[in-house]
Design a protein around this ligand. Structure first.
Ligand SMILES: [Zn+2]
Length: 201
């Protein structure tokens, strides 16, 4: 079975020192680098959150505090507003310096439209296709191994979309960490991914 490795949002702003930190994020780097170096994948894809400064997922652009609940007028924002993060061409948007980014074959940049967020590497939150499924199917990929940040947001939505596109999906638990904005978010995300057919190892 042809496999792809999908590295979700391994960007400075999601690490301990970043604008939207995920606790323990740096602990996943060693495992991810092992996977990147083993050359078993048909292709290695990385997603990169890549927002304009006026992005409407940022609480600052609504004069609200980060993590305020929010439902976008058009589908595509919320359920929370975030701190400013992953602004295009900023340090925070760069990949973590320890990650072997030279192994990335394709980078999918998401969240580039001001009014729409993108949690999944496959589709914007309003459904616009980012081209990843077509790319993987052209390479005859059947199984996607998913790692990265954050488990209960972008990893979660990426896994669900991968399943919808008919791929087998394996999430490597020790290579992913969650934001846990609400206690239990990580457990709920894991249960839902399993219920929908993902394998979590
Ligand atoms: Zn974002």
């Amino acid at each position: 079975m042809k496999e792809a490795l999908l590295c979700v949002d391994l960007q400075n702003d999601f690490y301990e020192y970043g604008a939207l930190p995920v606790e323990g994020a740096s602990e996943i780097n060693e495992k991810i680098n092992q996977l990147l170096k083993n050359n078993r994948y048909v292709t290695v894809v990385a997603s990169q959150d890549w927002h304009p400064q006026n992005h409407l997922s940022f609480a600052s652009n609504h004069r609200e505090d980060p993590f305020t609940p929010y439902e976008g007028e058009k589908k595509g924002l919320g359920p929370l507003l975030w701190p400013d993060h992953c602004v295009q061409n900023s340090f925070g948007a760069d990949f973590h310096p320890d990650i072997y980014t030279e192994k990335f074959d394709l980078i999918i940049r998401k969240g580039q439209l001001t009014e729409v967020d993108s949690y999944s590497a496959f589709h914007d939150n309003d459904g616009r296709d980012l081209g990843l499924a077509e790319y993987l199917k052209a390479l005859a990929v059947e199984k996607i191994v998913v790692v990265g940040l954050a488990l209960d947001v972008c990893v979660y939505y990426t896994v669900l979309d991968a399943l919808k596109h008919g791929f087998s999906v394996e999430l490597i638990r020790e290579a992913s960490k969650g934001v846990e904005a609400q206690p239990g978010d990580v457990d709920r995300a894991c249960q839902d991914m399993k219920d929908k057919g993902a394998i979590i190892i």
